[in-house]
Write a protein that binds this ligand. Structure first.
Ligand code: UT7
Length: 329
């Protein structure tokens, strides 16, 4: 039995932080950001006590409307995030409560920017095993909550968004989640992290003073590994399933840097018009980038289309998933 995506929902908050506004906050420019990264603007969730779940619930409710699914029917919720509302309870529990999902088991999964791929793979195994019938896989992050807006090396990169897919058993086993290649190497934990807030360095006056509750990234190191790793697993997936560049319909890459996306597409030998790219309008929304692309491209997807989803992120974690799209919109 295969697990097939049957609906997609997405949400980005209204407030837009563009390069012009950022240039007034730190020593940067539209030209630097566009040339080195490819971002024009990001959406930011404003307002007191507004957490990632606010956005995730909107994506989930859109799925309920579109697919005429009732919350009672959902039996699994997996939320990929690095910015949960709280350390505990899990954000998946909070989303379930807010969306009135009462019959599911729900948990969070942290695999950095590869979180959505890890969550999709995990949920598909529950469906394939026959133990779950309707799973929500959510990728959501409020990156603005851990971004230091005085650090030009990171604040230009990130944005806030949430998106989700509904996963169900497929009656037609030629479509669905076909295969996953997921990897990690903890060696990379040094280069992309949030130092404090966990059990090693609980919040204190010092951790706040030292800005340890913000994203730390050694960009050059991460870039080097991201470029080769994302391309490696994507090419490996094509070879494993004998998919030629012509036969691949879409690459759905994590949106961290336009140059990483271009390098991955080039190694795979595919044209840029087959690559889902929206980094210019959202920046890096961590676990939300890939489902957000699926959400925005949904109307252009046809049943049977070959999609390779590919990501690299904190951990390091990386991977690719081959999906045969399950429906025409
Ligand atoms: O999603 C999770 C995985 N994350 C990634 O995949 C991100 C991977 N890394 C990257 O995308 C890139 O490394 C960055 C976009 C973060 C940085 O681009 P880069 O081309 O690697 O720049 P760099 O760090 O080598 O910095 C080049 C120069 C430096 O100045 P000097 O030392 O040459 O004088 C930086 O200080 O650019 C400077 N710089 C900036 N200048 C203007 C760094 N950030 C900025 C900025 N505006 N925002």
């Amino acid at each position: 039995m295969k697990a097939v995506i049957t609906a997609v929902g997405g949400y980005a908050p209204d407030y837009i932080l563009d390069n012009k506004e950022l240039s007034k906050m730190v020593d940067t420019s539209d030209e630097w950001i566009m040339t080195r990264v490819g971002i024009k603007e990001r959406h930011i969730l404003k307002g007191e006590r507004q957490g990632t779940s606010e956005m995730a619930v909107k994506a989930v409710e859109e799925i309920f409307r579109k697919s005429e699914t009732s919350p009672d029917e959902i039996d699994l919720v997996i939320c990929a995030t690095v910015t949960p509302d709280h350390i505990f309870p899990a954000m998946a529990n909070i989303v379930s409560d807010k969306a009135d999902i009462r019959n599911a088991h729900s948990f969070d999964l942290n695999a950095g920017c590869s979180g959505f791929l890890y969550a999709l793979d995990t949920a598909s195994k529950f469906i394939e095993a026959g133990s779950k019938k309707k799973a929500l896989v959510i990728g959501a992050d409020k990156m603005s909550s851990i971004t230091d807006y005085s650090d030009r090396t990171t604040c230009v990169l990130f944005g806030d968004a949430a998106a989700a897919v509904l996963l169900e058993p497929s009656k037609d086993d030629s479509v669905g989640v076909i295969d996953s290649i997921l990897r990690s190497d903890g060696f990379g934990r040094r280069y992309l992290k949030m130092e404090a807030g966990g059990s090693v360095a609980p919040p204190s006056i010092d951790t706040v003073k030292n800005k340890e509750h913000f994203i730390f990234q050694d960009g050059r190191h991460v870039f080097k590994y991201a470029v080769s790793s994302m391309a490696d697993v994507s090419v490996e997936m094509m070879k494993k399933h004998n998919i030629s560049p012509d036969e691949l319909d879409w690459l759905v890459p994590h949106q961290a840097n336009m140059r990483i996306i271009d390098a991955t597409a080039e190694r795979m030998g595919i044209d840029k018009n087959k690559v889902m790219i929206n980094i210019e309008r959202y920046g890096n929304t961590t676990a939300a980038t890939i489902p957000m692309c699926l959400y925005e491209w949904e109307n252009r997807l046809n049943k049977g289309d070959n999609l390779i989803l590919s990501a690299f992120g904190a951990g390091f974690t990386w991977g690719s998933i081959l999906v045969k799209w399950g429906y025409n919109s």
